[in-house]
Design a protein around this ligand. Structure first.
Ligand SMILES: *[C@@H]1O[C@H](CO)[C@@H](O)[C@H](O)[C@H]1NC(C)=O
Ligand SMILES: *[C@@H]1O[C@H](CO)[C@@H](O)[C@H](O)[C@H]1NC(C)=O
Length: 192
C-alpha cells in the first residue's frame, strides 16, 4: 500500500517541481522577450551599401581636428609612439579636397597599440550629416596599420538607417603632410 502511494505521488512531485522551476526561470528573465522581426520592419531582405568618402585628420594648425589626450614617457621614446591616444572629430568629404561637400564626421579615438610598427587601435563612429543619412552612424572597431597600402577595419554596428549594420571599411592614404593626412575610405555594409 505504501509502495503504491509512493510511485503515484512521485511523478506528481516531479511535475510540480518542473512547473515551479519553469515559472521562476521565466520570471527571472522577464526583461528579455523574443519578438517577431516584422515588428521592427526587419522582414525585408538586407541591403548592401557602398559608402565612399575622404577622411581628413588634421593634427595641428588653426583647424586642428585631432588632439593627443594621453601618452606616457615611454611613448615619447617609442619609435611607434606606443601608448599615445588621440581624440578626433575629423571631417569626411565627398571628394579629396577639404573644401568639397562634407558628408559626415569621424568621431572617436585612435591609439598607438603596436610596438613594432605604426598600428592604431581605432574606436570611432562615422556620423553622416547629408540627406536621408543625416544622423545615422556606423561604428568601427579595428586595427589600422597606417603604413600599409590598404587597411581593413570591421564595421561592428550602426544606428538610424544603419541599424544592424555589419561590414568592413577599406582605408588607403590619399596624401599626407606634416599637419594633415587625407585617407580614402570605401565602406561596405549590410543593413536593412
Ligand atoms: C581653416 O578652415 C577655414 C575654413 O574652411 C579655411 O578658410 C582656412 O584656410 C583653414 N586654415 C588652415 C590653416 O588650414
Ligand atoms: C541634419 O540634422 C540636424 C539635426 O536634426 C539639422 O540641424 C541639420 O540641418 C541637418 N542637416 C542636413 C544637411 O539636412
Amino acid at each position: 500500500m505504501a509502495k503504491f502511494h509512493f510511485s503515484k505521488s512521485l511523478p506528481l512531485t516531479l511535475i510540480s517541481f518542473i512547473f515551479i522551476t519553469t515559472i521562476s526561470t521565466a520570471k527571472s528573465h522577464s526583461f528579455v522577450q523574443t519578438i517577431s522581426p516584422t515588428t521592427l520592419g526587419l522582414h525585408k531582405p538586407e541591403k548592401l551599401s557602398h559608402i565612399h568618402f575622404y577622411f581628413h585628420d588634421i593634427i595641428g594648425g588653426k583647424n586642428q581636428t585631432a588632439v593627443r589626450v594621453a601618452s606616457s614617457p615611454a611613448s615619447d621614446k617609442s619609435l611607434t609612439g606606443f601608448g599615445s591616444v588621440m581624440m578626433m572629430d575629423d571631417p569626411l568629404t565627398a571628394k579629396s579636397d577639404l573644401d568639397s561637400q562634407i558628408v559626415g564626421r569621424a568621431q572617436g579615438i585612435y591609439a598607438s597599440a603596436s610596438q613594432s610598427e605604426l598600428g592604431f587601435l581605432m574606436v570611432l563612429n562615422f556620423v553622416f550629416t547629408q540627406g536621408k543619412y543625416n544622423g545615422s552612424s556606423l561604428s568601427v572597431l579595428g586595427r589600422n596599420t597606417v603604413e600599409s597600402a590598404v587597411r581593413e577595419m570591421p564595421i561592428v554596428g550602426g544606428s538610424g538607417l544603419f541599424r544592424f549594420a555589419r561590414g568592413y571599411a577599406h582605408a588607403s592614404t590619399h596624401s599626407i603632410n606634416a599637419l594633415e593626412a587625407v585617407v580614402e575610405y570605401n565602406v561596405y555594409v549590410f543593413h536593412y
